[in-house]
Design a protein around this ligand. Structure first.
Ligand SMILES: C[S@@+](CC[C@H](N)C(=O)[O-])C[C@H]1O[C@@H](n2cnc3c(N)ncnc32)[C@H](O)[C@@H]1O
Length: 194
């Protein structure tokens, strides 16, 4: 991750995804906690990952940063949280490692409150032939080493999940995607008797 960050504007994507988080925040697939320095103060952060070793490293990073984070082992495709529990759900570079990523997006939407946001910074299929050629070349290796699918199309994943999303920005030949999804505010209850 450190090497990749040197060549691509990954920190910019992390800053965008985490910097806009408010209130009760859930990060799915926290990994070793690279995002932790990018969150603003005054939020209440919960972070999950499938892998206990990753969570141990993320806990160490949170302690070094003097950040309080509720870390929990959990599957992003079956979140152990009630509907509408969080104001913001963040994911960075995680969808590409989940075999059925649309289930994770659907779950993120379920636990997001009305008026809340999904802020996803992901990598996927680039927007020109050269980047797609390189991604196609590297994908078998990336998949073998990190179960990472380089040619994922994040906008399609949201569409398959039935979750409306806007592609806010794509960088580095379109390889890095910023996707924003806003849950509409709750409908006011209709007046009784009408
Ligand atoms: C490529 S790493 C990205 C880590 C971190 N989000 C970052 O940006 O540095 C993907 C992470 O997703 C986690 N992961 C994969 N599948 C998951 C799932 N179904 N539920 C929760 N975490 C998952 C992996 O254990 C890993 O820590």
């Amino acid at each position: 991750m450190r090497i990749t960050s040197r060549f691509f504007d990954i920190d910019g994507g992390r800053r965008w995804a985490c910097g806009g988080a408010t209130g009760h925040v859930l990060e799915i697939g926290v990994g070793t906690g690279y995002n932790l320095p990018f969150y603003p103060g005054g939020i209440d952060l919960t972070a999950i990952d499938l892998t206990p070793e990753m969570l141990d490293r993320a806990r160490a990073r949170a302690a070094a940063l003097h950040r309080t984070v509720q870390m929990q082992e959990a599957d992003a495709t079956r979140l152990p949280f009630a509907d509408a529990s969080f104001n913001t759900v963040v994911s960075t570079l995680t969808l590409c490692t989940i075999p059925r990523p649309e289930e994770a997006v659907r779950e993120a939407w379920r636990v997001c409150r009305p008026g809340g946001e999904l802020r996803f910074f992901e990598h996927g299929r680039g927007n020109d032939r050269f980047s797609v050629f390189i991604e196609r070349l590297l994908e078998p290796l990336a998949f073998r080493l990190e179960a990472d699918r380089l040619l994922l199309e994040p906008d399609r994943v949201f569409a398959e999940a039935g979750v409306p999303a806007t592609v806010v920005k794509r960088t580095n030949r379109g390889v890095f995607w910023r996707l924003l999804s806003r849950r509409p505010d709750a409908e006011p209850p209709s007046p009784a008797g009408r």
